[in-house]
Design a protein around this ligand. Structure first.
Ligand SMILES: [Zn+2]
Ligand SMILES: [Zn+2]
Length: 351
């Protein structure tokens, strides 16, 4: 197998070639067809997340060990299976659920391995899909992609699932309710694709980039420029003076989370998703007097990913733009992502 691996934090990925692993017991070896490039791959390469001010959260302190093959948005073709694997055939194309856990804790046993406190996520704690082969620890982590192409399907494992997991936490909403979505980048694009299938509430997108908002306006969404002198007033002109029922913050830095908090009406929920870094200062009496909820959302469960794949394959939806590059271009794809040059998703493809 040929993999492009992270050997040192802060450095470019390097090619490595070794023998294909032999799947044992419940393991499945896949030939990687496509692998999405995600913002969290950048944090992994840098070796840290910013957590407000100059403070950093180092990925090595969270258990990430090098060398590592990144890539957690993987579609592949089944090449070989271990002796205990049933119900999957050689040659089948599958999406890998990457947010796997220890398998024995309460969260893992209740179907939420993404919340396991001893995570074993593929492409983060174990080798992922920046490779021509990926070894998946159990057949149960493989999902059908129905009529979706591998290039369109792979990003649902992270970006799509993250948007869906956050939207589900904002639901149910009534027709008269308003939902604010902060951030019209990659996650916002997935949310714009999914939200009309999930609710008929008013949806208001906020972003600093006017050109992104124009595209969303064309699709029939309300939009507010976050650099407007009075973004709260602008949102309330749409939602009504009391504010909005839910805010999903895909940026989740100090400025956006504080803005999101100010937009909530009584009993409203702020859902923090993005990992751009920052901190939120809240007036504690307001939290209580207005009966507000602040919560986080991290990817989604295998059950949610299955629901999501059914939802997108059964409905005629506008697919998120995908730019396909070869695995040789992994480093330049990461650099372009870091420099904000990517609209939609970049997917590495072996084709
Ligand atoms: Zn667990
Ligand atoms: Zn990701």
């Amino acid at each position: 197998m040929k993999s492009i691996r992270l050997v040192e934090f802060g450095s470019s990925l390097q090619w490595e070639e070794k023998q294909d692993p032999e799947p044992k017991d419940s393991e499945v070896l896949l030939e990687v067809i496509s692998c999405g490039v995600c913002h969290s791959d950048l944090h992994l390469r840098d070796g840290y997340y910013k957590i407000g001010g100059e403070e950093k959260l180092f990925v090595k302190d969270r258990g990430v060990k090098l060398p590592l093959t990144p890539g957690h948005e993987v579609v592949g073709k089944v090449l070989k299976v271990g002796s205990k694997v049933r119900s999957v055939s050689i040659g089948e194309t599958k999406l890998v659920y990457p947010w796997i856990g220890c398998g024995t804790c309460e969260e893992c046993e209740s179907g939420n391995p993404q919340l396991c406190s001893a995570p074993k996520s593929l492409g983060i704690y174990q080798d992922g899909g920046y490779s021509d082969r990926i070894l998946v620890p159990d057949r149960k982590w493989l999902l059908d992609i129905y009529n979706l192409s591998p290039e369109a399907a792979c990003s649902y494992a992270c970006a799509g699932l993250t948007a869906y997991g956050a939207l589900k936490k904002a639901l149910p909403l009534k027709k008269m309710d308003s939902l604010v979505i902060i951030g019209a980048g990659g996650l916002g694009m997935f949310a714009s694709q999914l939200v009309p299938l999930l609710t008929d509430a008013k949806v208001i997108f906020l972003d600093i980039d006017g050109s992104r908002l124009e595209k969303l306006q064309e699709l029939g969404f309300y939009t507010v420029l976050s650099s407007h002198p009075d973004p709260i007033g602008e949102v309330k002109n749409i939602s009504g003076p009391l504010g909005v029922s839910a805010v999903i913050d895909f940026v989740n830095n100090s400025a956006t989370s504080s803005l999101g908090f100010s937009l909530l009406k009584k009993n409203g929920t702020l859902i923090g998703v993005g990992l751009f870094g920052g901190e939120l200062k809240i007036p504690t009496p307001i939290l209580s007097l207005r009966s507000l909820t602040i919560r986080g959302s991290y990817t989604g469960s295998p059950g949610e990913l299955k629901e999501l794949l059914l939802l997108v394959s059964k409905n005629k939806i506008r697919l998120v733009p995908v730019e396909i590059r070869s695995f040789q271009e992994a480093n330049s794809a990461l650099n372009d992502l870091a420099n904000g040059k990517i609209l939609g998703r970049v997917v590495l493809s072996g084709k």
